[in-house]
Design a protein around this ligand. Structure first.
Ligand SMILES: Nc1nc2c(ncn2[C@@H]2O[C@H](COP(=O)(O)OP(=O)(O)OP(=O)(O)O)[C@@H](O)[C@H]2O)c(=O)[nH]1
Length: 375
């Protein structure tokens, strides 16, 4: 069970995806906040004038204070429809929240200093706004430090410098400040639960795409990667290579030393293969003791070098079952994309090359470069 006090972190490898998710969320909230601002701020202005009449002469000042959030709301909507990408969502969400808070604190100071009868109404407005803007703080308390920090600091400084006595000042700010504390708690709890939900979802996704024994990609995940790589290679006219690798006489290892030792060998082999390829390449457990390696942007010469490197890594350094040394070798078949309509053709060539390697005595690399080679 997750402890209430355990502060969740997004693992480094998932951070780009989390940033992406946060950006989408900030965009939704910024757009929501913009529409709410465009509808509610004019409504408040009309209701202040009609239901709770603002004293003569203040209508224009109040309107002036309400213009900046309206402008920012329009800019946010413009960005939403004109600039679907980019880093603006969180910036606009914070700026919009901050401007709305500045508007409300500004109205409170204005009416307090002028001593109008609607100062209480403005305090209530500040409490409501403080609660409402918490929603745009998609990164929790960090965003609210800006959204609440600047307006409340300004409010306290203005009240102090205007000579307002401390009891009156406290009466004006105490409830909005309490609301700010509640807003911080809500925003932080929402942020933490989003991080937890994101991590859980990523783990599920990771498990669905990974072979549990070796930690390599599973067949389904590799099929997805192959489709993408094949589409990319067709569009940009560059090559990729596939290496199909299969341990030699592995049945003998299982029969002699047991399945657990066989599993240990597969795990060790996965490590050796990982160490032999580039970070952008992909390795999958394709079948029981059969592995498929995708070498991106790679031609036949380079692919042969990589396959040979894997063969040597298996052949030259012993595998162990307790104190017993296991003489293990691997055969590999290479296929390189060559105007194929889909990746299945390349897989077939790598498979046929592997078959040839087995037939030619095992512990070797074979290649079928041309589509016609396999026929
Ligand atoms: N320990 C273990 N063995 C597995 C696993 N998956 C498949 N195998 C074994 O891999 C062996 C594959 O044997 P074969 O297909 O006959 O091939 P081979 O003995 O490797 O011979 P060649 O491929 O012809 O060199 C079988 O004994 C399978 O039980 C696994 O997850 N763990």
């Amino acid at each position: 069970m997750t402890s209430l006090w355990h502060y969740p972190r997004v693992p480094a490898e998932w951070r780009p995806a989390f940033r992406d998710y946060q950006r989408r969320l900030a965009r939704q909230y910024a757009v929501l906040a913009a529409w709410v601002t465009l509808i509610m701020v004019p409504l408040f202005h009309v209701s202040d004038w009609w239901i709770d009449p603002v004293p003569q002469g203040f209508w224009g000042y109040d309107l002036l204070m309400r213009l900046p959030p309206l402008m920012l709301a329009l800019i946010t909507l413009w960005l939403h429809y004109r600039r679907p990408d980019g880093p603006w969502p969180r910036i606009m969400a914070i700026t919009l929240g901050l401007t709305i808070m500045l508007m409300t604190t500004g109205l409170l100071v204005l009416h307090h200093l002028a001593g109008t009868e609607v100062t209480d109404l403005m305090v209530r407005g500040l409490i409501m706004t403080t609660a409402a803007v918490a929603i745009v703080a998609t990164a929790g308390i960090r965003d609210l430090a800006v959204i609440y920090g600047i307006p409340f600091a300004g409010l306290l400084i203005l009240l102090a410098s205007s000579g307002t006595d401390s009891v009156t000042a406290m009466g004006l700010v105490i409830h909005p400040l309490m609301m700010a504390v509640i807003g911080c708690i809500i925003a932080e709890v929402l942020f933490i639960s989003r991080v937890r939900a994101f991590n859980d979802r990523q783990k599920l996704h990771h498990n669905a795409m990974t072979d549990p024994l070796t930690g390599l990609l599973n067949r389904r995940a590799m099929e997805g990667q192959l489709q993408v790589e094949h589409a990319r290679s067709s569009r940009h006219h560059n090559t990729y290579a596939l290496v199909m690798a299969d341990l030699d006489l592995f049945k003998h290892v299982n029969d002699t030393y047991g399945h657990d030792v066989g599993d240990e060998v597969l795990r060790d082999l996965a490590e050796r293969m990982r160490a032999s390829v580039r970070i952008e390449d992909a390795i999958a457990r394709w079948g029981g003791e059969e592995f498929l390696i995708l070498l991106r942007a790679t031609g036949s010469e380079e692919a042969l070098i990589v396959a040979e490197k894997i063969r040597r890594k298996v052949n030259e350094k012993a595998f162990y079952a307790g104190a017993t040394t296991l003489p293990i070798t691997i055969s590999l078949g290479v296929g390189v994309v060559d105007g194929d309509p889909d990746p299945d053709e390349v897989i077939k060539r790598a498979d046929q090359a592997l078959y040839r390697a087995k037939e030619n005595g095992r512990d070797r690399v074979e290649i079928l470069e041309q589509a016609s080679d396999g026929n």
